[in-house]
Design a protein around this ligand. Structure first.
Ligand code: B3K
Ligand code: ZN
Length: 866
C-alpha cells in the first residue's frame, strides 16, 4: 500500500453541483442509481471517481451509454478523460449490504439498514469523487418493502412519500451542499420519539430519535442533552441550527461512537440510549458529551468542512474543544478538566511516544481510518484550547465568528482557521502554528530560585520536543503557562513578571516562546509555592521537582482545582514508586493531608473522589520511560491497601453519610455524590469485610445501574472469588436481555486484575453473549482486557499478547478498522521491560507474516516494526 501525502493535494477537476440518488433495497442486494451534474473547475479534463467493492451495472454520460472502452479503471477508481465544461453522469451499481462486515458504506445492523461514510465509505455505495472538498446538493430516493422498512431516512427535509405495490418510496432533499462523507441513509422498522426546539430566531425544529421498539424508554436523556446543546451553541458561539428537522438514529453495530451526518446523526446505541436502571452516570455523561459533539459538528464540520483528510483536526479538535466547554458548563469544569487531562496524559502521550506518533496535522497516511486518533481529537482540542488561553474568551469568540462567517459553505484548511483567529485579533500566530506540525510531547523543565533579601522569584524554563518517527530537530513552541504563586497562608499572591510583554494578566498566562527563557518576579515577600500549568494550560510533560511537603500543601490549598488534584497524583505516584522499591510507608503528614481531603464537606464530592483516587496503572506506566506492568500493579495494590486501611473509618463514615435513598436523577449534584460514595465503598471493602457486606447489600438493592455496577465492580475487585462469581451470575440472569448492560458485564470481568486472565477471556469469546460482528462486544471483551487488565495482558507467559494478535488477525478479514484499533497496546512494545517487549514484537511479526493484511492493519503493524 502507498502513502498519501499532504504535499500532493490538488483541487478537484470537477465539482458535482447536484447529486441525485435512488436506492432500491432488495433482499440480498441493493441497487444504487446516481445522477451527477458535473461542472469543470479549471482546465483539467479528467474525472476520477472512487469506488470500492462495487458492481458497475451501467454508466451513461449525457444520456449516452458508455462501454468499457470509454473509461479506464484503476485500483478502486474509475476515470473519465477528455471531458468538457459540464456533463450529466448516470450510473447504476449493485452492492451487498448484507455481506458488509466492515461496517463502512451501506450495511445491515440487526434488522435495519444504515450507513457510515466518513471517511471513505461513500465509495462503497457508488462511484463518486469521494473527497471532502467536493460538495454537492443531495436528493435521495429510497425504495423498500413497506412492511419491513416503514421508516426510510436520509439527510435534509422529507419531500414526498408514497406506497406502491407494497413498496414504500420516500424522497429526501438536503438544501445544504455537503461532501459525500456526510451522506446518510437509514431503513428499518423503528419507533420514534419526538420533541421540539425553538431556535434563537424563533424557528421551530422537529427533533426525532429513532430506535428499535424495545428502546423507546431510553431516549429521554439524549433529547434533553440535544436541546441543551442547541441552546448552548447559540449562546456561547452564536450558532443557530439550519434545517427544520434534526434526527438521531441508534444502531447496535457501529465502529465508533457516533456520526454527524447532516440532519441525520447516526449513533452507536451505547452512546445514546439510557435509563436509570440500565445506564451508569458515566454513560449519561458520555451521552451528553457525544450528542453535543455531533450536534456541534453541524457548524464545525458540516457548514465549514475539511479540504482534505489531513485537515481532520480542523473539525475534530475544534469540536472536541466545543463539547468540552459544553460539558464543563453543564457539570463541574474542574472535574471535566481532570478527566480530559488524564486521558491526554495516559493515551495521547503514549501515542506520541510510540510508532504511530503524528502531528495534529499529519503530512502522510496509508489508511485515513487510522488517523481518527487521540492526537487528532484530544491534542487537537488542547491546541485550540491554548489559542483560547492566548486570545482570551472574547478574542477567541471574535476569531470563531470570523471563521464561520468567512468559510461558511467551504472546505478549508487548519491554516485558514488559525488565519481567522489571527485576523480577528491582529496577532501573529506563525510560531503557534508549529503545534499543528510538530509531533511528540514537549517537555518543559522548570527551575525556580527565590532571593529572600531581594524579594525576587526567578523562574527558568527550558523546552524541547523529543524526536518522533520521521521528525527530528524540533523548534521551540509557544507554550502558555498559567501560573500562580501561593503564600504560606494558602492564598494566591500577586504575580507581576518583570517581562510584561510575556504576561496576560486576565488569564494569568505566561507566554513561554523560546528554547530557554528566564522570568523574574519582584515584590514576592515570602518564598511561594509555584503552581505551574494551572488548568493544564498546555499539553506538555513538566519536569519540576516539588518537595513532598509542597505537594501536600497544594493538595490542600491550591486555588486551582486541577493543580490541587495533580499535586495529589504526584504524591501518589511517589508512594507507588517507593512501594515498588519496598520502601513505602505513610508519614503522619500524608495521613493528615488525606484526612483533610476526605473530610472536606465544602468541596464538590466528585472532586473529593478524584483527589482520593490512585492514578491508573496505565497512567503510572506512561509516567516512566520503561515499565513493568506487573510490578506497577503490585505496588499500586499495596498503596491502595494502605490507603484503605489508614482511612477505613473515614471511608465507612463517608459511605454511610452519602448513601441516601431517593429517586435516581442524572444531575451533576447526585452524580457527584454517587461517585464519592462508590469510591468510599470500594476502599471500605478493600479494607474490611464489613465493606464487602455493604457492597453485597447495595448490589442487590440498587434501583439504578450506577450503584449496582459500582457494587458489582467492588465485589469483583475486593470480594472473595465465590462472592464475585455469584454476583456476576446474578447480574447476568437479571440483564441477559439487554445487550448494552451485558457489555458492561463483560467489561467488568475482562478489565479486572482479578478475573481478566487470558483463559477467562477465551472462555467469554465462546459465550452466547459474545459476537465478533459487533464492535461493542469486541471492545468490551478484548479491548477491556488489553487496555485495563494490564497484569494479565502482560502476563509472563505471553498468552495475553497471543490472544490479542489472534483477535486482530481474525478481525483483519471482517472489520479492518476495529482490528487496527485493537492493536494499539501491542504497538507500545518498545516501552516494556525486555522480556515482554520481545514477546510483543514477535506477535506483531506473526500478524505481519499472516499476509493479506488490510491497509488498516498493515499500516499500524509495519510502522510498529520499523
Ligand atoms: N466524525 C465521526 C468519526 C468518523 C470515524 C470514521 N472512521 C465521529 C465524530 O468525530 O464525531
Ligand atoms: Zn467529531
Amino acid at each position: 500500500p502507498k502513502a498519501i501525502q499532504l504535499a500532493d493535494y490538488r483541487a478537484p477537476a470537477y465539482e458535482v453541483t447536484d447529486t441525485h440518488l435512488r436506492f432500491e433495497l432488495h433482499d440480498g442486494y441493493t441497487l444504487v442509481h446516481s445522477n451527477l451534474s458535473l461542472k469543470q473547475n479549471g482546465d483539467e479534463t479528467e474525472l476520477l471517481l472512487n469506488g470500492q467493492d462495487l458492481e458497475l451495472i451501467s454508466i451513461k454520460l449525457d444520456g449516452k451509454l458508455l462501454s468499457e472502452a470509454d473509461y479506464t479503471t484503476a485500483e478502486e477508481a474509475l476515470i473519465l478523460s477528455g471531458l468538457g465544461a459540464s456533463h450529466t453522469l448516470e450510473m447504476t451499481t449493485r452492492i451487498y449490504p448484507e455481506k458488509n462486515t466492515a461496517l463502512e458504506g451501506l450495511y445491515r445492523s440487526g434488522g435495519m439498514y444504515c450507513t457510515q461514510c466518513e471517511a471513505e465509505g461513500f465509495r462503497r455505495i457508488t462511484y463518486y469523487p469521494d473527497r471532502p472538498d467536493v460538495m454537492s446538493v443531495f436528493t435521495t430516493e429510497i425504495i423498500a418493502d413497506a412492511a419491513r422498512y416503514p421508516v426510510l431516512l436520509s439527510n435534509g427535509n422529507p419531500v414526498s412519500e408514497k406506497i406502491e405495490d407494497g413498496k414504500k418510496h420516500v424522497v429526501w432533499h438536503d438544501p445544504h451542499k455537503k461532501p459525500a462523507y456526510l451522506f446518510a441513509l437509514v431503513a428499518g422498522d423503528l419507533q420514534v420519539r419526538d420533541d421540539h426546539f425553538t431556535t434563537c430566531s424563533g424557528r421551530e425544529v422537529l427533533l426525532r430519535i429513532f430506535v428499535e421498539p424495545q428502546n423507546v424508554d431510553k431516549t429521554e436523556y439524549a433529547l434533553d442533552a440535544l436541546k441543551r446543546s442547541m441552546r448552548w451553541d447559540e449562546e456561547v458561539y452564536g450558532r443557530e441550527y439550519d434545517l427544520d428537522i434534526f434526527m438521531i438514529v441508534a444502531v447496535d453495530d457501529f465502529n465508533m461512537g457516533a456520526m454527524e451526518n447532516k440532519g441525520l446523526n447516526i449513533f452507536n446505541s451505547s452512546c445514546v440510549l439510557a435509563n436509570p436502571a440500565t445506564a451508569t452516570d458515566a454513560a449519561y455523561q458520555r451521552i451528553e458529551a457525544i450528542v453535543a459533539h455531533e450536534y456541534f459538528h453541524n457548524w464545525s464540520g458540516n457548514r465549514v468542512t475539511c479540504r482534505d483528510w489531513f485537515q481532520l483536526s480542523l473539525k475534530e479538535g475544534f469540536t472536541v474543544f466545543r463539547d468540552a466547554g459544553f460539558s464543563a458548563d453543564m457539570n463541574s469544569a474542574t472535574v471535566k478538566r481532570i478527566e480530559d487531562a488524564t486521558m491526554l496524559r495516559t493515551v495521547q502521550f503514549a501515542e506520541d511516544g510510540g510508532p504511530m506518533a503524528h502531528p495534529v496535522q499529519p503530512d502522510s497516511y496509508i489508511e485515513i481510518s487510522n488517523f481518527y486518533t487521540v492526537t487528532i481529537y484530544e491534542k487537537g482540542a488542547e491546541v485550540v484550547g491554548m489559542l483560547h488561553k492566548i486570545l482570551g474568551e472574547e478574542g477567541f469568540r471574535k476569531g470563531s465568528d470570523l471563521y464561520f462567517e468567512r468559510h461558511d459553505g467551504q472546505a478549508v484548511t487548519i491554516n485558514e482557521f488559525v488565519q481567522a483567529m489571527e485576523d480577528a485579533n491582529d496577532v501573529d500566530l506563525t510560531q503557534f502554528r508549529l503545534w499543528y506540525k510538530q509531533s511528540g510531547t514537549p517537555v518543559v523543565e522548570v527551575l525556580t530560585q527565590y532571593d529572600h533579601a531581594a524579594e525576587r522569584l526567578t523562574l527558568n524554563l527550558r523546552q524541547y520536543t523529543p524526536d518522533t518517527p520521521g521528525q527530528t530537530d524540533k523548534k521551540p513552541l509557544w507554550i502558555p503557562v498559567q501560573l500562580g504563586l501561593i503564600g504560606h497562608d494558602g492564598e494566591d499572591m500577586e504575580v507581576r513578571p518583570d517581562q510584561p510583554d510575556f504576561w496576560t494578566e486576565d488569564s494569568q498566562v505566561l507566554h513561554f516562546r523560546e528554547a530557554e527563557q528566564t522570568f523574574s518576579f519582584g515584590g514576592v515577600v515570602e518564598e511561594p509555592v509555584v503552581s505551574l500549568f494551572r488548568d493544564f494550560s498546555a499539553p506538555v510533560r513538566i519536569h519540576y521537582q516539588h518537595s513532598q511537603s509542597a505537594l501536600r500543601f497544594m493538595l490542600q490549598h491550591d486555588s486551582d482545582g486541577f493543580n490541587r488534584w495533580d499535586a495529589g497524583q504526584q504524591l501518589m505516584l511517589h508512594w507507588i514508586e517507593l512501594a515498588e522499591k519496598g520502601r513505602f510507608k505513610f508519614t503522619q503528614d500524608d495521613i493528615d493531608a488525606l484526612h483533610t481531603v476526605i473530610n472536606d464537606v465544602e468541596l464538590d464530592p466528585a472532586m473529593v473522589a478524584y483527589l482520593l483516587a490512585l492514578p491508573s496503572e496505565s497512567y503510572i506506566a506512561e509516567s516512566r520511560p520503561q515499565y513493568d506492568p506487573v510490578a506497577i500493579h503490585k505496588a499500586r495494590e499495596q498503596v491502595m491497601a494502605a490507603l484503605a486501611d489508614t482511612l477505613s473509618d473515614d471511608f465507612k463514615a463517608c459511605y454511610q453519610r452519602l448513601n441516601v435513598s431517593g429517586d435516581y436523577q442524572p444531575v451533576p449534584e447526585d452524580m457527584a455524590r454517587r461517585s464519592l460514595k462508590n469510591l468510599a465503598l470500594s476502599y471500605w471493602a478493600k479494607a474490611d469485610a464489613e465493606g464487602v457486606e455493604a457492597a453485597r447489600l447495595q448490589f442487590s438493592s440498587a434501583d439504578n445501574m450506577t450503584d449496582q455496577m459500582a457494587a458489582l465492580r467492588t465485589l469483583v475487585a475486593h470480594g472473595n472469588q465465590a462472592e464475585a462469581e455469584q454476583a456476576l451470575a446474578e447480574f447476568y440472569t437479571q440483564w441477559q436481555q439487554d445487550s448494552l448492560v451485558v457489555n458492561q458485564w463483560l467489561t467488568v470481568q475482562c478489565g479486572s486484575s482479578k478475573l481478566g486472565t487470558p483463559a477467562h477471556i477465551r472462555q467469554l469469546l465462546e459465550h452466547e453473549a459474545f459476537d465478533w460482528r459487533n464492535p461493542n462486544k469486541v471492545r468490551s471483551v478484548i479491548g477491556a482486557f488489553a487496555n485495563q487488565a494490564l497484569c494479565h495482558f502482560h502476563g509472563a507467559d505471553g498468552e495475553g499478547y497471543k490472544l490479542l494478535a489472534d483477535a486482530v488477525t481474525r478481525l483483519n478479514e471482517s472489520n479492518p478498522q476495529i482490528a487496527s484499533r485493537l492493536l494499539t497496546p501491542l504497538t507500545r512494545w518498545k516501552r516494556l521491560v525486555p522480556n515482554q517487549s520481545q514477546m510483543m514484537k514477535s506477535e506483531l511479526q506473526r500478524i505481519m507474516d499472516h499476509g493479506s493484511l488490510s491497509k488498516d492493519v498493515y499500516e499500524v503493524v509495519s510502522k510498529s516494526l520499523m
